[in-house]
Design a protein. Structure first.
Length: 468
């Protein structure tokens, strides 16, 4: 029989949302007792840094901070963790449909795929529409139903009817496939506009300097989460998958693999679809259940290739590339703050990632390396082995049992206007957090942290009538 322990609050999930909520509750005035239950053998959730014996880290999940993401930088400073800029010196590469890479000094090289006039009109129209979506209630936009009835792909098709804009059409769809990790025909236009507004524009979403990929975390993106875990101590219970959440007039009882926690309130921070695996008694409201059934995550293969040194830098290249038609959609310089070894991060998104999932590891490795050689030259094939790694490390987040995809959940057509109100609305004594529930920098590490702060305030107010 599982041991029963008592706490003021219980948090389900030890990603950045759950750890932030627990940390704020433990440091409230007066401090609250809190237990964090995490199914994985590690903290960080969809942020995972693999450490090599020499201290090199490979960021295999969420990786970057950017301007305006104040929650991220504040928490990093609080935990004594520094940041450093993503390497951007030199040219980025735009990969043409022929496979030929061309050099471009911009962080946003795909702009070259748009005829100048089309770029201005399409991107300006997207920005203008996005600003009309309220971040705290997207369903209240005057055009919410119109936008939520169509997919992003259908909107792009209607805006680029001329054959001369075919490449621009492909580029726009590829950008959204990279952000949501799904085919744009699966994506509500309203959801795409919400993301753009949440991140203060599509160029910022895609850019390095001045954008969402500007900064890296010293020690790896998971380092801050590990510091919080160390500070919380025994409050964080790993290997505890939550099976059941019961509510009664006095609070909640949360049953996990080896422990049962009795608390006044619960904060569930796992992705909506994963939250649907839990049994609730009494059952959740029907609209909340329907939302969880309609909030899938996409497919993304993230690869880190390892080299003796970052050879592309001596060639005047930043390591960044963008391909509108090749399965390897984007690459970035992935080096640590020590610059060696050389690390390149490659992404395969959406349907391409699903196709890669049907290959063997050796086939995936060969395809990735061939793409890198085509972009960066023969040196990209000279992988360097480190520890027990053969110079190639990969993760397909759809195979990760407690995520079932990446980078964050999306809402298909009709879901925002039909069920969006349930995303942050507590269900009795059960509160919700996670990057999907954030209005600022939705889908990012910053969004997860912000949601944890909000949830901590909610439960404290509900129990004590006070905030943090």
């Amino acid at each position: 029989m599982a041991k029963t322990i008592e706490a003021d609050f219980v948090v389900v999930g030890a990603g950045y949302a759950g750890l932030t909520a627990a940390w704020r509750l433990a440091n409230a005035t007066p401090p609250a007792s809190v237990i964090v239950l995490e199914a994985r053998p590690r903290v960080g959730g969809r942020v995972w840094s693999k450490l090599l014996p020499d201290g090199t880290w490979l960021d295999l999940g969420g990786t970057w901070f950017g301007p305006g993401q104040d929650y991220s930088y504040k928490l990093a400073a609080e935990m004594g963790v520094g940041t450093y800029p993503t390497y951007t010196k030199g040219d980025a590469l735009l990969v043409l449909p022929t496979g030929k890479p061309i050099r471009n000094p911009l962080d946003f090289p795909c702009a070259d795929l748009f005829p100048a006039g089309a770029a201005a009109l399409l991107l300006d129209e997207l920005e203008s529409m996005a600003k009309q979506v309220p971040l705290d209630a997207p369903w209240e936009s005057e055009r919410a139903r119109e936008w939520d009835r169509q997919t992003f792909a259908s909107w792009v098709e209607s805006e680029t009817p001329d054959s001369s804009l075919a490449l621009a059409r492909t580029a726009l769809n590829t950008i959204m496939m990279g952000l949501f990790c799904i085919d744009p025909s699966e994506l509500s236009l309203l959801d795409a506009l919400y993301l753009i507004h949440s991140h203060q524009g599509i160029v910022r979403l895609m850019s390095v300097q001045g954008g969402d990929q500007q900064d890296r975390i010293v020690g790896g993106a998971q380092h801050i989460a590990n510091r919080i875990k160390d500070k919380l101590g025994d409050a964080v219970r790993l290997g505890e998958s939550v099976r059941r959440i019961e509510q009664d007039s006095g609070g909640v009882t949360v049953t996990a693999s080896n422990v049962t926690v009795r608390a006044k309130r619960a904060i569930v921070t796992v992705p909506p679809a994963i939250a649907g695996y839990v049994e609730y008694e009494p059952p959740l409201p029907a609209d909340r259940v329907q939302l969880q059934q309609r909030a899938p995550v996409g497919s993304v293969l993230k690869v880190v290739t390892m080299y003796e040194k970052p050879f592309w830098r001596s060639e005047g290249l930043s390591g960044q590339s963008f391909a509108a038609t090749h399965p390897v959609g984007a690459t970035f310089d992935g080096c640590t703050d020590r610059d060696t070894p050389g690390l390149l991060i490659s992404f395969v998104f959406g349907p391409n990632a699903r196709a890669f999932g049907r290959m063997s590891r050796d086939e995936r490795k060969q395809t990735i390396v061939e793409a890198l050689v085509q972009r960066f030259g023969p040196a990209a094939a000279e992988l360097k082995s480190f520890a027990d790694l053969d110079g190639y490390e990969e993760i397909e987040w759809a195979d990760e049992v407690w995520s079932r995809g990446g980078i964050f959940a999306h809402l298909p057509t009709g879901v925002w206007t039909g069920f969006g109100k349930q995303l942050r609305k507590p269900a009795g004594f059960v509160h919700w957090a996670g990057t999907e529930t954030s209005s600022a920098f939705h889908g990012s590490i910053n969004g997860a942290i912000e949601s944890g702060e909000r949830a901590a305030r909610e439960v404290l107010h509900s129990v004590r009538g006070t905030s943090l």
